[in-house]
Design a protein around this ligand. Structure first.
Ligand code: HH2
Length: 285
């Protein structure tokens, strides 16, 4: 097994000897947990500064909501939302910026504007996405999703959710490697809440070690998701902080190397305690 020590974000290398925090910056009017709050450019940049001050190692900029039922956004709209923000963040921040998109055109423009990571919830399945990502020089997060955001929660079905997710992600990683992408650029994500029931999410979380065992850094995004709300007896999205932080901490404990979260400061605190008081090294299986 090959365990990378760094993640290569278009030349900006992030050390992976501790779990990293990816702060969520949604520049959308309709995201499930922070709808419209950071849709204006100035407020988006201000929020990114806050996330970095709170301990974010990467900022993930998204211009298209992927919440269940969301419609896809036209290319021009998405470009207009994210590119100026990425260009501004690139000069303002010392941390790499990630672009959360499934459109190859947005990936290309975002990397040209300074993004160091491509984060695709569609797992590079759009025509051309794999080639654009491979040629970009950026780190690439491949996420598993069954279906599309519009339909994914209608009737998710698997024979063996863990085996199917691991097989998909390792196949996409192989395809990237075959295109010459260095191991140090590939991140894998099981895609919590994307075409999965509560039972599927729980099985995936408990089986994270099988994904970690592939040797690529694993990204986990459970922050404020309905999975957390359900496990807490139907909590609304505004009341999922402790559940989200606990789940992120457990994911780190299970070997996840990147935690995609809205509540950066609280997650950083939990990881500091885990590092000080937890058992030594979490990533090995
Ligand atoms: N989850 C969301 C969006 N992007 N990317 C990765 N790699 N993993 C995730 O789990 C993930 C993701 C959904 O969360 P959010 O951005 O808060 O909401 P919305 O899609 O409504 O903007």
């Amino acid at each position: 097994m090959h365990e990378p020590l760094t993640l290569d974000c278009a030349g900006h290398r992030l050390r992976l000897d501790r779990p990293l925090i990816m702060g969520v910056l949604n520049v959308t009017p309709d995201s499930f947990s922070d709808a419209g709050r950071f849709a204006g450019r100035e407020s988006a940049i201000e929020h990114a500064r806050r996330l970095v001050a709170d301990g974010a190692d990467i900022i993930d900029v998204g211009g298209e909501s992927t919440r269940p039922g969301a419609e896809s956004v036209p290319l021009a709209t998405e470009l207009d939302r994210v590119i100026p923000v990425i260009a501004a963040l690139r000069t303002e921040l010392d941390v790499p910026v990630s672009i959360d998109t499934s459109k190859p055109e947005v990936m290309r423009a975002a990397v040209a504007a300074g993004a160091g990571m491509i984060n695709d919830v569609n797992g590079l399945r759009a025509p051309g996405a794999m080639d654009v990502a491979a040629a970009s020089g950026a780190a690439v997060c491949v996420m598993h999703m069954q279906g599309t955001p519009r339909s994914m929660q209608e009737r998710p079905r698997y024979r063996d959710v863990l085996a199917e997710v691991v097989a998909f992600l390792s196949g996409q990683a192989e395809a990237l490697l075959a295109r010459g992408v260095a191991w140090e650029r590939i991140v894998l994500d099981p895609g919590f809440g994307f075409g999965k029931t509560l039972e599927h999410n729980v099985a995936l979380f408990r089986g994270l070690h099988a994904l970690v065992a592939l040797g690529h850094p694993v990204l986990v995004g459970v922050s404020r998701k309905s999975l957390i709300g359900s496990l807490l007896g139907g909590r609304p999205v505004t009341d999922r902080l402790m559940g989200s932080v606990t789940a992120a901490t457990l994911a780190a404990r299970a070997g996840a190397r990147i935690l995609r979260v809205h509540d950066v400061r609280e997650t950083a605190d939990a990881l500091a305690i885990l590092a000080a008081l937890g058992e030594q090294e979490t990533g090995e299986t």
